[in-house]
Design a protein around this ligand. Sequence first.
Ligand code: ADP
Ligand code: MG
Length: 724
Amino acid sequence: MKSLRTIALKEAQNRISPEVKSPSAKISDFFGANVFDKRKMRDFLSKDVYEKLISSINQGELINTDDANQIATAMKAWAMSAGATHYTHWFQPLTGTTAEKHDSFFEPSGDGAIEKFAGSALVQQEPDASSFPNGGIRNTFEARGYTAWDPSSPAFIMESKAGKTLCIPTVFVSYTGEALDYKAPLLKALAALDKAAVDVCQYFDKSITKVNASLGIEQEYFLVDESLFNARPDLLLTGRALFGHMSAKGQQLEDHYFGSIPERVFSYMVDFENEALKLGIPLKTRHNEVAPSQFECAPIYEEINLAIDHNQLLMDLMEKVARRHHFRVLLHEKPYAGINGSGKHNNWSLITDTGKNLLAPGKTPKNNLMFLAFFVNTIKAVSEHADLLRASIASVSNDHRLGANEAPPAIISIFLGSQLNDVLDEIEHSRISKKIKEDNALWLGIPKIPQILLDNTDRNRTSPFAFTGNKFELRAVGSSANSSAPMTILNAIMAEQLVKFKTEVDKLIKKGDKKDIALLTVIKKYIKESKSIRFEGNGYSQEWEDEAATRGLSNIKTTPKALDAYLTEKSADLFNSTGIYSKREIHARHEIMLENFYKKLQIEARVMGEVANTAIIPAAIAYQNSLIANVKGLKEIGVDSKVSLDIVKKLTEHLEIVKTNIDAMLEERKLTNKIEDTREKAIAYDEKVKTYFEVIRYHADKLEQIVDDSVWPLPKFRELLFMK
Ligand code: ADP
Ligand code: MG
C-alpha cells in the first residue's frame, strides 16, 4: 500500500491554481461591496433614522425599538437585494475564533411565507450558548447568554458558494450581564480611554470631544499544501509540527524575505484579498516573510474595534479561501521549530475627532507638549503594568515564539529611538526653577522634536513595544491571537494612567503653577519613574536578559505564571477604575485561559504518543528488520561489513528512548489529570508533561535522519516548507 506521504507528494506536485477573477480592475469599484456601510445606510434608511444611527455609531447613543425596526428592515432589504437568505449574530467567544448561528429571514405565514427580520432580532439574540467557555460564570440553571448588536461595527454579508448570510457584529454576555467574549471588555476600555484622553486634551485644545484608538494589524502566516498537511496528524490536530527534523536548507540564506511571490501563493493572496476588500477590510500590503513559506499581509489602520473585527474576519477568510487553492494556512505562532514564528504586530495610536494623531510630534511647542503628554503617559502606563501586558499576550502557542528565533523576549521593554530618547533625557535633566515657574517665557523649554523622526529608518525590530514615528507597535502579540486581549489591556492602562496624570497636573495648577509648567513637572516625574523600561539595544541578546534582571524587569517565560498578573491587587484596581472587568469576570477569564493552556498541551501530548506509536516506531522497525535481514545475508555469503549492523544499533538506541519516554509521559499525564486546581494543573502540564516533548522529538527526528526516505511516513520539513 502506498503511504499517505507518497500520495500527498504526488498530489502536491500536480497542483493547478484555480482561476482567480477580480471583480474589477479597480479596487475602489468593489471595496466594501458586501458591507452595510454609511452610503448604503443612507440609501436604505429615512434621513431621520440614518442620522440617529450615525450618532449612535459615533457617540454610542441608544437606539429605540421603532428605529431598530426600521434599521432591521433596511438591512434585510439590502441583504436580500444582494442575495442573502439568512442572518446571524457574529461574535467572538473566548474560544479564540468567531461564532455564528444562522437563522433564515423566511417565516411561514397564514397563506404562504414571508421574509422577516424584526428590530428585536437585530438588537438581541439568545444563542444556545451553554457550550462556550464561561469559566464557571453560567451555572446550568442560568445557562443563557445573549448577543447584543454593536452598531459601531457595520453589518456585512458573508458569501459562500452555497449561499449568502447577513452577519451582525455583536457582543456576547451572560444572562446576568457578565462579558463572555473579547469585544465587550474592549468596548468598555475604549469608553474609559475616550473619556480620560478627552479630559487631558482639554489642556491643549478645547475643540476635541472624542478620542479613539486606531489599530493597524500586520498578520503573519504560513502556507502548506493541503495533502501534505493532511498527511501530518500533528499539523492537522494542533496546527504545529510536533516532529520533524529541520530541512538542510531553512532560512539561513535569507532568500525568501521580500522575494518574488510564488505564482500559486500569489493567486491565493489575490483571491482572499478580493474577498476581504469586498468586506471592507482595507488590505494594502503583501509580501514574503523571513521563513520559507511564511508570508504577511497588512491593512491600512482603522478605528480599533473595527480593525479587530476585520482581523478576526480576515483570519476566517484566509482559512476558507486557502481550501479553494488546496492550501492550508497555519496561523500558529510556531508551526516549525528552528525557523521564525509568526506574530501579529499591533500598530496603535490615538486619534481625535479633530483628526489629530496624539502620538505624532507637532510643529509648534504647544503641539509638542501635547504629544509629550500622551507619549510619556504611554511609557508610564506600560511600565506600571508591564506584567499585565505580558499576560495579555500569553498563550500556549506564543510561549514557543517569545524569545525564540527572531521574536521579542518575554521581557516587556520600550524602544523609542535615539532622538526621542535624547528628548526625554533632556527634559529629565532640565531644571524647572522658581524663576521659570513665575515666568513661563523664560523657559526655552520643550526640546525641539523633529516632525519626521530619523529613527523611523533604523527601527529596532527586537523590541516588544516600539515607537515607530507616530504610533507604538506591540510586536509581542501572537499570530493566532484575538488582538482584543492585549488591546483591552493597553487601552485600559492608558485610560487609568491619563486619569492619574490629570489629577496630578490639576493639583499643581491648584497650588498656583502655570498650566504648562504643571504639565511639564508631571511629565518630568514620569520620565524618571519609568526609565527602567526603556531599552534601545538588542532585545534578542542574553546581555539584555541579564541587564533586565538587574533592572528588576520581569521575564516570565510561561503562560500559567504570566497569567497571575490578571489577579493582582494592582490589576484589580485597574479593572475596577476603568470598569472593564468585575472580579467574577476576571476570575472566570483567568480560569478559561488556564484551561485552554493545559487542554492544548494535553492534545499535543496525545498526538505525540499516537504518531510515535503508530507511524514513527513502526517505520523505524520495518527499516530495522530489512537491515537485520541484510546483516544475516552478508554473514551468509561471508562478507564482513558493519554498515548495516551499526545502523541497526543506532536505530535501536533511538527507538528505545522514544518508546520509554512516550510511556513515561503517559504516566505523567495520568497523574497531572488528577490535579484539581486549574493553575497547578496548567503548571504541571507545562513543567512535567511538556518537558517530555523535547526528548521524544529529538530522538524521533534522529530516526527520521536514519530511516530509508522511501518508507518514512510523515512529509518532511523540506516538503512542507518548499513545495508550493
Ligand atoms: P512594518 O512592517 O514596517 O512595521 P507595515 O507597513 O507592514 O509596517 O505596517 C504598518 C501598519 O501600521 C499598517 O497597518 C499601517 O496602516 C499601520 N499604521 C500606520 N499609521 C498608524 C497609526 N497612526 N495608528 C495605527 N496604525 C498605524
Ligand atoms: Mg511592523
